[in-house]
Design a protein around this ligand. Sequence first.
Ligand SMILES: *Cc1c(COP(=O)(O)O)cnc(C)c1O
Length: 452
Amino acid sequence: MQFLSTRGQTPVLGFSDAVATGLAPDGGLFLPETLPSFAGQLDRLAGLSYAELCFEFLRHFATDIPADTLRGIVAKSYTKFAHADIAPLVQLDERTYVLELFHGPTLAFKDFALQLLGNLYEHQCRVRKESINVLGATSGDTGSAAIHGLLGKPGTAIFILYPDGRTSPLQERQMACTGANNVFALCVDGTFDDAQAALKDVFGDQAFRTQHRLSAVNSINLARGLAQCVYYLSAWLRLPAAARANVEFVVPTGNFGNVLAGWMLQKMGVPIRGFKVATNQNDILYRLFTSGEYRLGDVAPSLAPSMDIQVASNFERFLYYSVGRDPARVREVMHTFKTTGAYRFENFDRDTFSASRCTDAQIPGIIERVYRQYGYVADPHTACGFQELSPDRVSVVLATASPAKFPETIIRAIGKEPTHPTLEALKARPLVKHPLKAEPAAIKRFIEKHAV
Ligand SMILES: *Cc1c(COP(=O)(O)O)cnc(C)c1O
C-alpha cells in the first residue's frame, strides 16, 4: 500500500516512510492511496482478540513490514493495558454504551496510537541501524502518551516540552516521574504556543534535524489514525446485531483525529450509522457541522483541556475526501482558510455527522447526572459526549480519559475523589524535570548533550 499527500505535491511513500516522515513535505497529510473493504470479512473478524484484530486491520496498510514482524509489534503494543478487553464496551442501558479507551499506561485514549507508534519507531531503528530522537511540545495528554510509548526503548530518546505550571500536576508527574533515562521532560517558561514556536524553529534547522535524526510527535501521524480505527471496529463487532446498523459513535473531539478514524472505518465498509462530534466550549467543529462554515474562533481554556483547540489539524484529511479527492481543491481551500480564517462548505457528509457543544458551566452537571442515572463516573471530556444523545439511535460514547486524571472537577460534581493505582504510585516517585528557556538555542544545546 502506498500513501499520498492531501496536497498532491509529494511523491507517494510506503507505510514505514510515511510514518517516519509525519507531515508531508508539501504541507499536506498522508492518506492511503486506496481504502480496503472489510465488508465481507466482518463475521470472520468478530472472534479475534483486540491485538489480533489490530493486526488483521493494519496488515492491509503496513505492507512493507513482514507479517510476522508486524504481528509482534502489534501484540507488544497492547500488553501495557490494564483491562483484558483492551477497549471494553460497557452497557449503561438499552440504547447507551460507553467505550472505555483509558486503560492504557497514561489513562487516556492516545495510548492506543502512541504505544504502537513507539514500537514502530523501535522497529525502524533496528532495521535502519540508526538511533532516533523524538521531539514534541505538549499541553498535556499527547506528551505523556508519547513518553510512555518510547519509555526505555533502546536507540531512542524523547524530549517533551511543556509550559511550566500549565499542565495538571498529575499530567506533569506522568511525564517527569518515569525514572527512564531516555525520557526528558523539559518545562519551559512561557505558554504552550511559545514552546511550539521554539520547536518549529529547531525543526526548521535542516542540518541540526538531520544530524540528530529528529522526529516530531504530533497529532497528524498516519499511524495514529490507523491505530484508532481498530477500537471502532472492535466495538462495532461487540454490539448486538440489532444495534450495529443504528449505532452512532459519540466522540469528544479536539483535533478531529479520533472521529476521523471512525469515519474512515465506515468508508472501509463497516456499516456505522453515524458520528456525533462532541466539542467543549471551543466549538469550531460544532459550528461547522451545524452551519457548514469552518471559522476560526478564540480558544478559552476549559475543564476538558485536551479538546481546547483552535484549528483541527486532522480536518484536512476529511476535507480531501469532501472535495472529491482533488488535491488542487484542498490547496485552494487551505489557502482560503489561512488567509481569511473561514471557509464555507457547499456539501459534505451531513447524513453521517451530528454535533453537540458543551460549556464549562455544563460539565459538572452532566457528570453528576450520568453518575445519578447510571452510577457511572465520566471524566470531563467524556462528559461532553453525554451532552445530548440522539433519541433514535444506539449511542456509544467514547470515554477518552479516566476520571482519576481530573480529580478537582469530579469532586466538584459528585463529591467523591476518583483514584487510580497508576496515579497513586506516581506520587511516591521523584520528579525529574529540566527547566529550560523556550528558545531554540537552549533547546538545541540540551538535545546536543542528551541525544542518542
Ligand atoms: C486528545 C484528547 C481528545 C481529543 O481528541 P482528538 O483526536 O484531538 O479529537 C479528547 N479527550 C482526551 C482525553 C484527549 O486526550
